[in-house]
Design a protein around this ligand. Sequence first.
Ligand SMILES: Cc1cc2nc3c(=O)[nH]c(=O)nc-3n(C[C@H](O)[C@H](O)[C@H](O)COP(=O)(O)OP(=O)(O)OC[C@H]3O[C@@H](n4cnc5c(N)ncnc54)[C@H](O)[C@@H]3O)c2cc1C
Length: 325
Amino acid sequence: METKRPTIPAAEEILGQYFPVLDHGFVSLVDYMGSDEDVERAARVSYGFGTRKVSQTRGLVRYLRRHRHTTPSEMVELKFHCAMPMFVARQWVRHRTASINELSARYSLMPLLFYMPQKEQFALQSQSNKQGREGGAPDEIYAEAVERWERLRHDAGDAYGWMLEEDVAREIARIDLPVSTYTQWYWKIDLHNLLHFLSLRVDHRAQWEIQQFGQVIAAMVKRVAPLSYEAWVDYDLAAEPLTRVEREVLARLVDGSDGGLATRDGAVVSAAEMKEMGLSAREIRELVEKVQTPPSQDFDLDMSSMKSADEMAELMYKAVPGNFE
Ligand SMILES: Cc1cc2nc3c(=O)[nH]c(=O)nc-3n(C[C@H](O)[C@H](O)[C@H](O)COP(=O)(O)OP(=O)(O)OC[C@H]3O[C@@H](n4cnc5c(N)ncnc54)[C@H](O)[C@@H]3O)c2cc1C
């Protein structure tokens, strides 16, 4: 039967297909409801599926996002099937505005798949950011870390498999699986809250591993609602809000009274003056960063990595104790 619901060819192309993330994870767009036209229809509370020009829809979508009229984009929903290491899930789940159903390790047998960072992602503690990593790490430290991880995971997996064989309850057998173990969930969220999630999680301050998931999801949003995606990049992702004092600093440098913008001849605001105006050393660094041209960011799916649901299910099935080849 033909559907009366609006569909988006670029989204249909990837619907139900699986895109690998990290070493054993994935993201799949399971379903979506609506697109940019639905944002417009909701904003206008209009009848039927009218035929507005793309340029009109684009103008409205951009206006809404620029002025934070957010409820129309709550009318679009996306549903994903995702697999991620438990430590990534723990960051992800902090976003309370989604509906989640996670694989139950009380009910199901866990695939013994553990995240192993690649050498390029293995780094020492950042000196400037207590939540971050920085530079590389000596080869021998990485080699030993891998060896230790493998030993721990082997022991944890072995104990899990042994307890299952002894018919120990699954809810008990799983308690010492490490947070590198992959879990899975269905995750449904509206477009407004999804873009908020992406703003925080594709950002360079988020942990690299969750950024990888964010990038794939952003590329899927681009297919479902390209105009909203474009507006999000322009007004959120690549934008920075200015504080009151930051605006005062910029007003000393730039004159806007003629309708255009012009530099005030020879005007300089030194770091010492900014400090006097009330900015902390960190805020001064952040303001300097804000006025640099941001690196352009765009997200696309690697279509060559796309897998079918059956292929992905088989990989997971083979990783369950008792099903190893
Ligand atoms: C780089 C980074 C580092 C982080 N570090 C830490 C950390 O060290 N420790 C830690 O605990 N967390 C940390 N977090 C998590 C962070 O504090 C937020 O909990 C998380 O990003 C979810 O953001 P949110 O509440 O805006 O999103 P959602 O939960 O998706 O909420 C979206 C929006 O809905 C509104 N909302 C939702 N629920 C409520 C509510 N109950 N009351 C009022 N408004 C609500 C808010 O406006 C909110 O912004 C970190 C996040 C990032 C991105």
